[in-house]
Write a protein that binds this ligand. Structure first.
Ligand SMILES: C[S@@+](CC[C@H](N)C(=O)[O-])C[C@H]1O[C@@H](n2cnc3c(N)ncnc32)[C@H](O)[C@@H]1O
Length: 204
């Protein structure tokens, strides 16, 4: 998929994205608050990908961060949430696979339902690894495929439709993170083995 295709797919989804996510945000709130609570003042923080900014109310106040997304329409919808955040979010239109930052720039990287959506997850993870300092933390809230019947079957069946709107439903993101050269510190299930938080370190 080309960069243009990836952004226009999400540009098309932007107008009904919040409606699609309705309910899920309340459900995932405790896990997201716990994960984003790891944001540390004074650290260089990257948030990828911002979408319409549904994660922003779960950020601890007073943080400074860069938040990127490939879709201008998603970022336009995020703008009021960015403005309302009691801290500083620099929202930038950027492809996760072509980050405009030097090697070893960030101390912490956060993702949220990102690696279901980035067309080439290995390229996205390699790019994050490049801009992270040695020892920096990657903290992810992601949904993945399942190892268990019937969930694996259901996710495989709905994948062709879902990926047309936006996300892939059956990726093995934990395996991708390991393959990308990170050291996984913790995988915490949030719902079955599908929705989870992953914490990993870029080895020194
Ligand atoms: C499922 S949404 C998640 C948004 C938000 N974090 C949330 O949980 O509501 C996935 C987001 O990834 C963005 N995205 C997809 N491919 C990307 C890429 N290559 N670089 C940056 N963002 C990308 C999409 O534009 C979309 O906003």
């Amino acid at each position: 998929m080309t960069k243009k295709n990836a952004s226009s797919r999400w540009d098309g989804t932007a107008r009904f994205y919040d409606w699609l996510a309705f309910g899920a945000e309340k459900r995932w709130e405790p896990a997201k608050r716990a994960l984003f609570g790891r944001m540390t003042p004074g650290k260089r923080i990257l948030f990828a990908a911002l979408g319409t900014g549904l994660d922003i109310p779960f950020f601890p106040p007073g943080q400074e961060m860069v938040a990127i997304d490939i879709s201008a329409a998603m970022l336009a919808r995020a703008a009021p949430r960015v403005a309302a955040y009691p801290g500083r979010i620099e929202a930038r239109l950027m492809d996760i696979t072509a980050l405009e930052y030097p090697d070893g720039w960030f101390d912490q990287v956060f993702t949220s339902c990102t690696f279901c959506s980035v067309p080439d997850p290995m390229a996205g993870l390699a790019s994050l690894r490049r801009v992270m300092k040695p020892g920096a933390e990657l903290a992810m809230f992601e949904h993945t495929g399942s190892h268990y019947f019937p969930f694996n079957l259901l996710l495989n069946l709905c994948n062709p439709v879902c990926r047309h709107i936006g996300p892939e439903m059956n990726r093995d993101t934990v395996a991708h993170v390991i393959r990308a050269g990170f050291r996984v510190e913790a995988v915490n299930p949030v719902f079955l083995d599908v929705v989870k938080t992953i914490r990993a370190i870029k080895p020194i």
